[in-house]
Design a protein around this ligand. Structure first.
Ligand SMILES: Cc1ncc(COP(=O)(O)O)c(C=O)c1O
Length: 394
């Protein structure tokens, strides 16, 4: 068979970090090991039943078997605007300030292509969600990283960036509650971001994928709750985490009308819109009873407590995440994140994500997903306690 070479653009894409993680776990499973997979970010709970039932009902409606309207059904845009009004007190024009997405990832990867020319500069968090890099590569833009450091509660310190980098930046990605660090943003930080963006004409993309998951009674802030945010940016929301709908591929972008219309224009060229039944079910999720969301948040908080308390009890002092379903654990002295992740896999059959996969400033940490039962997390702690390094400290 003739091998057709890939384009330069395809070859310029960053290596898919998660793909190699999955492969590694697969090898251990094939060998028959009982692997506790804490390495990925795939919600383990099912979609709430009222949402599934709506999909079933809507799937038999022949209207949904046709092409959906370009840019999606207006009832879903209205449901999104109502959701933001009800949950965050943010007013959105459903026609101009909401775009429907095939999941948050699609929007995040599309945006650089919508707003940037080759060589333009994008500010990205480090450590950060690797899909930001993919979008930047597809737009042939350049990345400047914003270090997220523990001493700054994993918020970027804009004073650390050079004046030149800030002046040439056209786009900035932020993400709170944060993957991978579990940090949350303060109102003051978002206000500072709006000011910086206004002064320097930077478009801010706030990735609010974990917006529904905040601990210790603190609800994560929407970026759009801060005055002036809509003038300089958008927020990307997904139903993947809030309603355990990762496989359904549905999300939306909300905020600045010029960015929303750019996304819709690109999407008009790429797709028609989502299956109508998925759009009906998504509207049901947003409009329906939110008890399932509160219960999910409590479930993740209980798991967080089991993990963090358990690790402390065996002498691994780690900080508790404030939101998201990840814990960001400092690796014991003397190991890189990749070495320590390998030890956990080889000796304890526990998969975690090495911090270096999220950027240079992820070195020294591993990311643990709270996406398995309390029993399995307790078992993970037990296995870790048996490792040589922890035996000494207990
Ligand atoms: C930070 C962050 N943003 C966006 C996404 C994308 O989610 P989805 O494409 O399922 O909406 C994820 C998924 O893991 C994520 O962790």
């Amino acid at each position: 068979m003739k091998q057709f070479p890939s384009s330069d653009l395809l070859n310029s894409l960053p290596k898919q970090f998660f793909a190699s993680l999955v492969k590694k776990v697969g090898q251990y499973l094939e060998e028959g090991h009982d692997v506790i997979n804490l390495g990925q970010g795939n919600p383990d709970q099912p979609t709430p039943i009222h949402i599934v039932k709506k999909l079933q009902e809507a799937a038999v409606n022949p209207l949904n078997h046709k092409y959906s309207p370009f840019q999606g059904f207006s009832y879903l845009k209205e449901a999104t605007a109502n959701y933001y009004q009800r949950e965050y007190g943010v007013t959105l024009n459903p026609d101009k300030e909401v775009a429907i997405l095939f999941g948050g990832k699609a929007g995040l990867v599309e945006i650089p292509q919508c707003l940037l020319n080759p060589g333009d500069t994008v500010l990205v968090p480090d450590p950060g969600y690797p899909d930001y890099w993919s979008g930047v590569a597809l737009a042939k833009a350049e990345m400047v990283t914003m270090p997220l450091k523990e001493q700054n509660e994993f918020l970027p310190d804009f004073n650390e960036l050079s004046k030149e980098d800030i002046a040439k930046a056209k786009l900035m990605f932020l993400n709170y509650p944060n993957n991978p660090t579990g940090a949350t943003a303060t109102k003051e930080f978002f206000e500072e971001t709006v000011n910086l963006a206004k002064q320097n004409n930077i478009c801010v993309i706030h990735d609010f994928a974990y917006g529904a998951i905040g601990f210790d009674g603190k609800r994560p802030l929407s970026f759009l709750q801060v005055e002036g945010a809509k003038d300089i940016g958008i927020e990307i929301y997904t139903l993947s985490k809030t309603y355990n709908m990762a496989g359904w591929r549905v999300g939306f972008a909300v905020g600045n009308a010029s960015v929303i219309s750019a996304i819709e224009l690109l999407q008009d060229h790429l797709y028609v819109s989502l299956f109508g039944a998925v759009q009906e079910a998504a509207a049901e999720a947003l409009n329906g009873d939110q008890k399932c969301v509160r219960e999910l948040n409590q479930l993740y908080e209980r798991r967080r407590n089991v993990l963090i308390d358990g690790l402390s009890s065996i002498g691994w002092e780690v900080d508790a995440p404030k939101g998201s379903f990840f814990a960001w654990l400092k690796v014991p002295n003397g190991f890189t994140s990749a070495q320590f992740a390998d030890i956990l896999l080889e000796k304890a059959h526990i998969m975690v994500a090495p911090g270096i996969g999220f950027g240079e400033y992820g070195e020294g940490y591993v990311r643990v997903g709270l996406l398995t039962s309390e029993e399995r997390l307790t078992e993970a702690v037990r296995r870790i306690s048996l490792l040589e390094i922890f035996k000494k400290s207990t």
